[in-house]
Design a protein around this ligand. Structure first.
Ligand code: BTN
Length: 325
C-alpha cells in the first residue's frame, strides 16, 4: 500500500526532513499520492511535520507504546493491556494488582521506568523512547521448585521476537539475560508468590526490559561495555509496539495455559554458557571458576569445578560471569 511505503521510508529517515519531491521520486509516486499518504498517516496518529522548502519530517516520538499500537500486531485478543508513558516499575505495580486478586493475562507496558528493578536487588536502566519495559501476570499450575522454567520460556519468547524483527541472532546468557553480538539487550526478572498449602505458585509476574534502540545520549558509562541495542537505528515503524506484541504473544502462548510449553530446545540452542569457562558468583562467597558441562531439563547447570568436583548449579543461588578470552 502507498501509505505503508511512505511510512517505511519516513521511518528509515526519522527526525530528518525530506522534500515531497524527493519522496515522490524515491518511491516512484506522484506528489499528490505522497500528500494523501501523509494525511492518512497523520490521521492515524503519526507526528509528521511539514515546512515549506524543507518538506516532511516524521518525529521518532511517534513510536508511542499505546494499547491501540500494540494491538495492531498482537494475536491474542484475550490479553489485557495497560500502557504508561512512565511508571516506577511494571513488576512492582503488577505484583500489587496480583496480590489484590487480578486474573492472569494482564500486561503492564511502559515507555520509561523511574525505579526499574533487575535481579539480585540491582536497578535496571529504563530510559524513555528507546526501550520496552513490560510485565505479564501468569497463574500457572506449577510447583515453586520449577519456576525457573517460566524465565526460560520468557527468554525464548524474547529471543524469537528479536530475531524475527531484527534478523540478528539472539543468545541467552543463563539464566535471564539476552545478548546480541556480545552485548546485553534484554533482562528478565520473574517474581512469584507461593501458595504454602500446596507448594505451587499462586502467581508469577514476568518482567522484561528490552533495549530496542540506543538511548539518546548513549548508555551510561558503567553500562557502555556491556549493554547494547537490538536495532542499530530506528528502521521499522512502530518498532516498540511490534516488539511488545511479539513478546507478549509468545509469552502467553508458552506460559499462559495451565501447563507451560516445553521451551528447552529453543533455550539450549541459544545458550551462551554451554562448554564455556565461567565464574560462579554467589553472594558472600569468593567467585569460583567452573566449566559448564551441560544444561539440565530443569534449567540448572551441570558444572565441573577446578578441583574436578561436578556440581549442579541453580539460578537462584549463583550468577555466572563468562570468562574473557
Ligand atoms: C536483569 O537484567 O537483572 C533483569 C531486568 C528486568 C527488567 C524488567 S523491565 C520490566 C520489569 N520491571 C522491572 O522493574 N523490572 C523488569
Amino acid at each position: 500500500m502507498t501509505k505503508d511505503r511512505v511510512l517505511d521510508f519516513l521511518w528509515s529517515h526519522a527526525d530528518e526532513s525530506i522534500s515531497g519531491e524527493e519522496l515522490a521520486a524515491r518511491l516512484d509516486l506522484s506528489r499528490t499520492a505522497v500528500w494523501k499518504a501523509v494525511e492518512q498517516l497523520r490521521n492515524e496518529g503519526y507526528l509528521i511535520e511539514s515546512a515549506p522548502r524543507r518538506g516532511y519530517r516524521l518525529l521518532s516520538k511517534s513510536d508511542v507504546l499505546s494499547e491501540a499500537g500494540i494491538r495492531k500486531y498482537l494475536n491474542c485478543p484475550e490479553l489485557r493491556l495497560r500502557c504508561f508513558a512512565e511508571i516506577g516499575s511494571t513488576n512492582t505495580a503488577l505484583k500489587e494488582l496480583a496480590n489484590r486478586g487480578e486474573a492472569a493475562g494482564l500486561a503492564l507496558v511502559a515507555g520509561r521506568q523511574t525505579a526499574g528493578r533487575g535481579r539480585m536487588g540491582r536497578s535496571f536502566f529504563s530510559p524513555e523512547d528507546s526501550g520496552v519495559y513490560l510485565s505479564l501476570l501468569l497463574r500457572p499450575s506449577l510447583p515453586a521448585s520449577e519456576a525457573t522454567a517460566i524465565t526460560a520460556c520468557a527468554a525464548v519468547a524474547v529471543a524469537e521476537t528479536l530475531e524475527e524483527l531484527s534478523g540478528r541472532k539472539a543468545e541467552i546468557k543463563w539464566v535471564n539475560d539476552l545478548l546480541m553480538a556480545g552485548k546485553k539487550v534484554c533482562g528478565i526478572l520473574t517474581e512469584a508468590s507461593l501458595d504454602c498449602e500446596n507448594g505451587q505458585l499462586s502467581y508469577a509476574v514476568v518482567g522484561i526490559g528490552v533495549n530496542a534502540l540506543e538511548p539518546a545520549g548513549g548508555f551510561p558509562e558503567e553500562l557502555r561495555d556491556i549493554a547494547g541495542a537490538v536495532f542499530p537505528e530506528r528502521s521499522l515503524p512502530e518498532l516498540r509496539c511490534r516488539l511488545a506484541a511479539g513478546i507478549l504473544d509468545r509469552l502467553w502462548r508458552y506460559c499462559g495455559g495451565a501447563e507451560l510449553q516445553d521451551c528447552f530446545e529453543g533455550y539450549r540452542d541459544r545458550s551462551l554458557v554451554l562448554g564455556q569457562e565461567v565464574e560462579l558468583l554467589s553472594p558472600g562467597r569468593e567467585p569460583e571458576r567452573a566449566l559448564v558441562l551441560d544444561l539440565e531439563r530443569d534449567y540448572s547447570l551441570r558444572v565441573r569445578l577446578a578441583n574436578g568436583e561436578e556440581r549442579k548449579v541453580l539460578s537462584g543461588e549463583v550468577r555466572v560471569r563468562l570468562e574473557k578470552n
